[in-house]
Design a protein around this ligand. Structure first.
Ligand SMILES: *Cc1c(COP(=O)(O)O)cnc(C)c1O
Length: 421
């Protein structure tokens, strides 16, 4: 519950809150995801406090970063808002005790069924990403006798060249609409009886580690807000999106308070409710993946530690070449050697880390840091591997919040062809 909750070493071993990670691996097996309730709460509160000076502000946790019910439940109890990208995520939020009135719905491909579900639940806002989506939402709302609150997701086209530290995706045309199209969508929306123009939103990328892109994007979006107001279209809220980076290695992302100050400063005296959609910044530091060394092998010069977690459990290194901290839970003495930490999956991309210096023996337990975001949430059953279990630590207690999958889970819903023929 303190601001300093984090993974730490005591007596040579790694701990999360009042629980030694070794004991969790023994009790629940590996690979195992472990989350700290205190860190999740600290991180969410850091956003809530940082934006508290802006009346009506709401941080809508981006569910896709980690949609485990227990994680959503911890956040729901803090009164969090949620940013969803599917009907499945909406159902998770509601099941975890979250309030529909605090939910914003993002995503380029909202299905008719998901739109109807969100309308009936009474969400805060649909973040619209195309003209076709606006028409679809208006039609569905009209048919159900409802009025859909909408925001247009604009692509502020912040110059990626001048901010080379922003990861790719900034200019992805798939997301949002440009300024000119946004103007047209607002004019169209103002004529539709079954939608209510509520706000404007943007989301410029993820793992952003400086303030400049956020400030530039806000400035551009606010220029459009002012222009719309002059044309008689007055917005109630602005949603600055997510994207605040975290430390995986040696990055120096702005503190939440610094980020909030910069965003609020851009707002100036405008009476707009400020929403944000942080995902990674809330959950990444709250999770570790525990994995055991199965085999050590050498191919020529190269040393491989084959561990029991693979790319199906943790895709980030394979998908983005993401660097994640890996360390022995209880380091042993002896000569340091260089190891590639690889999984059992039959793909060369199946690695968790490359060229890591440590002293290892078979059976050693490793911890992968920063595995609270985009980790379990992206896991799969590739190679017919059962997905890992998840544990939430709360003080001295540890709760199994998701059982390890078993073979029956793998084949649920599958059928052989009829006999004969
Ligand atoms: C993924 C996403 C977020 C969260 O991004 P983080 O980098 O995890 O903070 C927020 N909003 C939208 C629309 C997203 O797609």
């Amino acid at each position: 519950m303190t601001e300093s909750a984090s993974l730490y070493r005591d007596d040579g071993s790694l701990w999360l809150e009042g629980v030694a990670l070794e004991t969790l691996a023994e009790r629940f097996g590996t690979p195992l995801y472990v989350y700290s309730r205190a860190i999740i709460e600290d991180r969410y509160r850091s956003f809530a406090h940082a934006f508290a000076g802006s009346p009506g502000s709401l941080s809508c946790y981006a569910v896709k970063a980690n949609s485990t019910l227990a994680v959503l439940g911890v956040l729901a109890r803090l009164g969090a808002g949620f940013d969803i990208v599917s009907g499945g995520e909406l159902q998770r939020v509601l099941k975890a005790g979250g309030e529909a009135s605090r939910v914003v719905f993002s995503g380029v491909g909202k299905s008719a069924g998901d739109i109807a579900m969100a309308l009936d639940a009474g969400i805060l806002c649909f973040n619209i990403e195309s003209a076709a989506e606006l028409e679809r939402i208006a039609a569905i709302a009209g048919a159900r006798g409802r009025v859909a609150p909408i925001s247009v997701r604009v692509n502020p086209d912040v110059d990626a060249q001048s901010h080379p530290y922003i990861s790719t995706g900034l200019r992805e045309n798939k997301f949002g609409v440009d300024m000119a199209e946004a103007r047209a969508l607002y004019r169209r929306a103002a004529t539709l009886g079954s939608v209510r123009v509520s706000g404007i939103d943007c989301h410029i990328g993820s793992q952003i580690t400086s303030l400049a892109p956020f400030v530039d994007a806000m400035a551009r979006v606010l220029a459009l807000v002012d222009e719309l107001a002059d044309a008689g279209i007055v917005l109630e809220h602005i949603d600055a999106g997510g994207g605040l980076g975290v430390v995986y290695r040696d990055e120096t992302p702005p503190a939440t308070a610094e980020y909030a100050r910069a965003v609020i400063a851009q707002l100036g005296g405008r009476k707009l409710r400020l929403l944000t959609e942080p995902g990674r910044a809330i959950v990444a530091p709250a999770g570790v993946l525990l994995t055991r060394v199965e085999y050590l092998k050498r191919n020529g010069e190269r040393g491989f530690a084959v561990v029991d977690a693979g790319m199906n459990d943790l895709l980030r290194p394979a998908l983005y070449g993401a660097w994640m901290g890996i360390e022995p839970v209880r380091p042993r003495t002896g000569a340091l050697e260089t190891w590639d930490i690889v999984g059992p999956v039959c793909e060369s991309a199946d690695f968790l880390g490359k060229e890591r210096l440590m002293t290892l023996a078979e059976g050693d337990l490793l911890a992968v840091r920063g595995a609270g975001a985009y980790s379990y949430a992206m896991s799969s059953n590739y190679n017919s591997r059962c997905r890992a279990a998840e544990v939430m630590v709360d003080g001295d207690a540890a709760f199994l919040v998701r059982e390890r999958e078993c073979f029956a889970d793998l084949v649920r819903g599958e059928r052989l062809l009829p006999a004969g023929g």
